[in-house]
Design a protein around this ligand. Structure first.
Ligand SMILES: [Cu+2]
Length: 160
């Protein structure tokens, strides 16, 4: 008869597998500071590993700020495009749908130029990125890992 600690361990392992395989991450930009002036977003992004499927969450006072997704040129000159509507709900979820560089700025007043309200991130391929092991017969595609993790979780719940 399995102990409850073994059952808990199996559930925990399954949850970690599920998390790493299929749960995308929401990143609250600026953490508790949110999207606000004089925060170093370069440093904030520095230790993050963004992947396709993750989301950026911009939280801010919508009276004072907004969010424009821009290109590198507009980013460098802090220019809000006049042919695009900004995100302006005060609590925006932006899905990272493609790989590559993404640029965001606040379009209000001089917030981008003088108050550091600009964010550049690099988005990698969908998480997790298993090391490409070409020719290795036993490497599983991530969907298989997902089913294994799900099966483990169900087994843990049903049989212990
Ligand atoms: Cu602003």
């Amino acid at each position: 008869m399995a102990s409850s600690s073994a059952r808990l361990a199996l559930i925990a392992v399954s949850m970690v597998l599920l998390w790493s395989v299929c749960i995308a991450t929401d990143y609250v930009v600026g953490d508790d500071k949110g999207w606000s002036p004089y925060f170093n977003y370069t440093q904030w992004a520095h230790d993050k590993d963004f992947h396709v499927g993750d989301r950026l969450v911009f939280k801010y006072d919508k009276q004072k700020h907004n969010v424009f997704k821009v290109n590198g040129t507009l980013f460098n000159s802090c220019t809000a495009p006049n042919d695009t509507e900004p995100f302006s709900s005060g609590h925006d979820f932006i899905s990272l749908e493609t790989e590559g560089r993404k640029w965001y700025i606040c379009g209000k007043s001089d917030h981008c130029v003088n108050r550091q309200m600009k964010l550049l991130i690099y988005v990698g391929s969908a998480a997790p990125a298993p090391a490409p092991t070409s020719g290795a017969p036993h490497s599983l595609p991530s969907s298989s890992s997902f089913y294994i993790a799900a099966t483990l979780a169900i087994a843990a719940i049903l049989f212990f």
